[in-house]
Design a protein around this ligand. Structure first.
Ligand code: ARG
Length: 466
């Protein structure tokens, strides 16, 4: 039913029906109810402590808002599009419940500082959940890395076999990518956690308010310093979505590798049946849909970032209605990130390495050629000359269709008389990975150590927070 607008005093005719639908945000911003109510209670308590509201008025407002929250959570609350948004749906309902005191709630505030407050409270809580989900994914990656510390696979550059690496090392590389996402998002939380409340419409308010009190009650660590900036700033949303995009890009890159590795050409890993689908026509198929969907969902999150960037471009100070358009992209980004992280957490432990295939592939690509060059360097051959010699050895091996380690010593010595019997120790895959035994290197020993360090850091994260 069409309702009289709470802001309708100076209007003589009612809103155009199309305009009503066009401008309403209640269809999506209802999700902010919890934060809107928390913000309103904090604001009302402050007005009471400043003697702007009486004790009785505050008590009625607080109880009314608690009851509204209960009704919303029980699915009993009636949303009304003609009240436009979450703020006015709640305020109108409050006034119906408690009478005139409800009309006093909006004293000294505006929907402009209210929505900025709601969005910050919402995002702060979502960031806290996402940080836990990111950590869970990291924990699974690190666990699997420890298990696969000495599994040898080809490492690639340009998608050409380059040098052997351990699968555990590769998984720890994934962990590093996600670890940076964790720190970026935690860092951004600090800037989310600032209170715009009290900025009112744009200029502040003529009432004697206490902004520190509302900020403290809502757990904000800072009071926004400029009212014009506070009602118009959406940097925190853009910044978060930029970090979210990067995280999705990382998940997408991992997904791409999983898609490759599960393909016939590679056959490096098997993903559990629970995370693949079959084909309705080809009975043999087991498709890595989770990975593909994640790769695809990266598009919507980065698309949301573009929407948000363009939303802010060209907006003059202070609040403009454009800002209502920040919600759907942000909600979608948060929801997408959350489901992708949950799915990854569940899928990673089921990644089963096909060690035989990985090893065969590592053997095929002359991936120990660099080791042969390094060997010659240790025998005092300058690196450039060693590189040249090994290039010739590889050319010979390609011609003969054989592995480096299967070339007889006599033949190898045709290329360089510095080559001796001990060369075979470096031509093996184990010799190659074990030799890279330094901080950040691929040697199994390093991977075991790095995985245990990472596990300790991850385990300490939320112990510290609580
Ligand atoms: N629904 C609006 C938004 O999301 C709330 C603030 C509206 N303020 C206004 N002056 N119309 O931004």
């Amino acid at each position: 039913m069409k309702q009289k607008k709470l802001w309708g005093g100076r209007f003589s005719t009612s809103t155009n029906d199309l305009m009503e639908t066009y401008s309403a945000s209640i269809g999506f911003d209802w999700r902010l109810y919890k934060y809107d109510i928390a913000g309103s209670i904090a604001h009302a308590r402050m007005l009471c402590s400043q003697k702007i509201l009486s004790d009785d008025e505050f008590r009625d407002i607080e109880q009314g808002l608690i009851d509204i929250q209960e009704d919303i959570e029980q699915g009993r609350f009636e949303w009304n599009e003609s009240y436009e948004d979450i703020h006015m749906n709640i305020e109108a309902n409050l006034t119906q419940r408690i009478g005139d005191a409800g009309k006093k709630l909006h004293t000294g505030r505006s929907r402009n500082d209210q929505i900025a407050t709601d969005m910050r409270l919402y995002l702060r809580e979502e960031i806290d959940s996402l940080l836990i989900l990111i950590t869970n994914v990291q924990q699974e990656l690190v666990k699997l890395a420890a298990q696969e510390a000495d599994t040898i696979m080809p490492g690639y550059t340009h998608m050409q076999s380059a040098q052997p690496v351990t699968f555990g090392h590769h998984l720890l590389a994934w962990n590093e990518m996600v670890d940076r996402d964790y720190s970026r998002i935690s860092e951004c939380r600090k800037r989310v956690n600032s209170s715009p409340l009290g900025s009112a419409a744009l200029a502040g308010t003529s009432y004697d308010i206490d902004r520190q009190m509302t900020a403290d009650e809502l757990g904000f660590t800072e009071v926004a310093k400029n009212s014009l900036d506070a009602v118009s700033d959406r940097d925190f949303i853009l910044e978060f979505n930029a970090h979210a995009s990067l995280l999705m890009i990382h998940l997408s890159r991992m997904s791409e590798e999983l898609v490759l590795w599960t393909s016939d050409g590679f056959n490096f890993v098997d993903l559990g049946d629970g995370f693949c689908t079959g084909s309705s026509i080809m009975p043999q198929k087991k498709n890595p849909d989770v990975a593909e969907l994640t790769r695809g969902k990266c598009g919507r999150v980065t698309g949301n970032l573009m929407s948000l960037l363009m939303l802010m471009k060209g907006q003059p100070l202070a609040y403009n209605r454009d800002n209502q358009e920040d919600k759907e992209p942000l909600f979608d980004t948060v929801d997408t990130l959350s489901i992708c992280l949950q799915v990854f957490e569940a899928m990673v432990p089921g990644i089963k390495a096909n060690r035989k295939k990985m090893r065969e592939a590592a053997n095929k690509g002359y991936s120990t050629a660099t080791d042969l060059a390094d060997y010659l360097v240790r025998k005092s051959v300058p690196f450039r000359d060693a590189h040249e010699v090994v290039g010739k050895v590889v050319g010979y091996a390609v011609e003969q269709e054989m592995q480096l380690e299967n070339i007889a010593l006599g033949k190898l010595r045709d290329f360089s008389t510095d080559i001796e019997q001990d060369v075979y120790e470096v031509l093996t895959l184990e010799g190659s990975v074990n030799a890279r035994d330094h901080f950040g290197g691929t040697a199994p020993k390093q991977v075991v150590w790095a995985a245990s360090q990472a596990a300790k850091i991850l385990a300490a994260r939320f112990v510290k927070a609580s």
